[in-house]
Design a protein around this ligand. Structure first.
Ligand code: NDP
Length: 455
């Protein structure tokens, strides 16, 4: 632990993940005296156990498909194609270490004091890190979340996404529990690398909050790849015998595998913060209640990111940290995070990009809407013969022609939806899409060439 330059901070941040680091750097840039505590790795979930290593694994999984398709495009490998999980993990770890260092120097260059250790409250203006008491005028809690496990016998035999990034070997047979972001992404990663994959989900569809067409089409595409999906299914018990695991389900099945991965959501990381000492109210699930100013019930104590919001997305945590620092120290009292039309992606295969309202939401809100949608075989799949389709869908308000939602399942969907999100943010209409000339030949051009509403 470095020696503090000054024990009295304008802002002390607990947790050096996306939200905490951004708030610390921006606040320091505005001239505030800032300290930050991190007990684990710099960069938090996103950099160490989330978005970044996951995307590196996704690149690897996609390469497998490229190799498979390459033959039809004239390429041949006169040898055996082999995948080595250990090489990928070693290289991934090297990159994450590099990023940890970058986070360190970003904070250092911003003159933020770094405390390596877990912080807990002693009183509303004091936190303790490794026995050292630190005083601050304002305190920001940005401690994020951790994987949740089903409370069933044998849960100790399960791994979560945290461990998935460090497994000594690729699972031969894996059962994933849950039908959300993490389960779907890892199912596609492991399948592409050669694992036998089963997804069990308590509901009747994957990605319950996404547009219903994407839910069904993604499940179809995953099943085509050989991923087994069992709906309305929950684990009741996990048994271990040697290295073999058996997952018992409420449907009476027993699924044999070597790895069981829980991906049923995440819990707030608040239990060791001693919130009571500062009088901070938490929800029963540990998350911290905040108002629109990211303020907890204690006015000078704030919370941002997964610990406080429902979105659990890095860019939302970054924006919350940034706007908070701007409001508190940058003389920008009206700068707030805008939670409307937040685009998001699922790095499944094919990937999803989505922004705005789903058809279910339009229906529930009794909006008078039209649907424009298309499904097609992407050009790349013509020569290779790959049986995978791309889907696109726009939800359009009938009178105003305003585009309320844009959804895509297909290669490059996350890249395409980022730009589409700007159109929605600007209040763009279907007519704006229609008079935009397409880029040919691309999949993206289909977003501007859908002429007739779906019947
Ligand atoms: P999600 O909330 O996305 O999905 C949880 C899944 O588990 C749902 O299918 C849910 O079912 C099911 N589930 C919940 N509780 C139980 C239970 N007790 N028993 C059985 N099944 C259960 O969580 P994830 O863990 O997949 O991801 C956590 C968060 O991380 C996400 O919310 C997301 O915001 C973020 N993330 C974002 C990524 C991205 O941006 N690409 C990638 C990975 C994670 P039901 O639908 O019925 O509630």
């Amino acid at each position: 632990m470095m020696e503090a330059k000054n024990d009295d901070y304008d802002l002390f941040v607990i947790g050096a993940g996306s939200g905490g680091v951004r708030a610390a750097r921006i606040a320091a840039g505005h001239g505030a005296k800032v300290g930050i505590a991190e007990g684990r790795d710099m960069g938090g979930t996103c950099v160490n156990r989330g978005c970044v290593p996951k995307k590196l694994l996704v690149y690897s999984a996609k390469m497998r498909r490229e190799f498979d398709d390459a033959k039809a495009y004239g390429w041949n490998f006169f040898g055996v194609l082999r995948f080595k999980w250990q090489d990928l993990i070693r290289n991934k770890d090297r990159e994450i270490k590099r990023l940890n260092g970058i986070y360190d120097s970003l904070l250092d260059n911003s003159r933020v004091d770094i405390y390596r250790g877990y912080a807990k409250f002693s009183d509303p203006h004091t936190v303790e890190v490794d026995g050292k008491k630190i005083k601050a005028k304002r305190i920001l809690i940005a401690t994020g979340g951790k994987p949740r496990f089903p409370d069933i016998p044998g849960k100790e035999h399960m791994i979560s996404s945290d461990e998935a990034f460090h497994m000594p070997a690729l699972p031969k047979k894996i059962v994933l529990i849950g039908g959300g972001y993490i389960s779907v992404e890892f199912a596609c990663i492991f399948r592409a690398m050669g694992s036998e994959v089963t997804v069990i989900n308590r509901g009747g569809s994957l990605l319950r909050t996404f547009d219903e067409d994407l839910q069904t089409h993604l499940a179809e595409e995953m099943e085509k790849q050989g991923i087994k999906i069992i709906f309305n299914c929950e684990p009741t018990k996990v048994e271990k015998s040697g290295s073999a695991l058996r997952v018992h389900t409420n449907q009476g099945d027993v699924l044999s595998c070597d790895t069981v991965m829980a991906a049923i959501g995440r819990d707030a990381n608040t239990q060791d913060l001693n919130l009571e000492a500062a009088g901070i109210d938490a929800e029963p699930d540990g998350r911290i209640k905040t108002n629109k100013d990211s303020e907890t019930n204690v006015p000078h104590i704030y919370a941002v990111g997964d610990i406080a919001n429902d979105h659990n997305l890095t860019p939302v945590a970054l924006e919350e940290g940034h706007t908070l620092a701007d409001r508190l120290f940058g003389g920008m009292p009206n700068r707030y995070t805008d939670y409307t039309n937040i685009p998001t992606a699922v790095f499944s295969q094919p990937p999803i990009g989505t922004v705005g309202m789903t058809e279910q939401q339009a229906r529930e809100q009794k909006i008078d809407y039209e649907i424009y949608k298309t499904a097609f075989r992407p050009m790349k799949n013509t020569l290779s013969g790959r049986d995978e389709r791309t889907y696109m869908k726009l939800i359009v308000e009938r009178g105003s022609r305003k585009v309320l939602g844009a959804h895509m399942l297909g290669d490059d969907a996350p890249e395409i939806i980022q730009m589409t999100a700007i159109v929605l943010k600007m209040g763009g209409t279907k007519d704006d899409f229609d008079r935009t000339i397409g880029v040919h030949p691309t999949a993206a051009e289909e977003f501007v060439t859908m002429r007739d509403p779906a019947p």
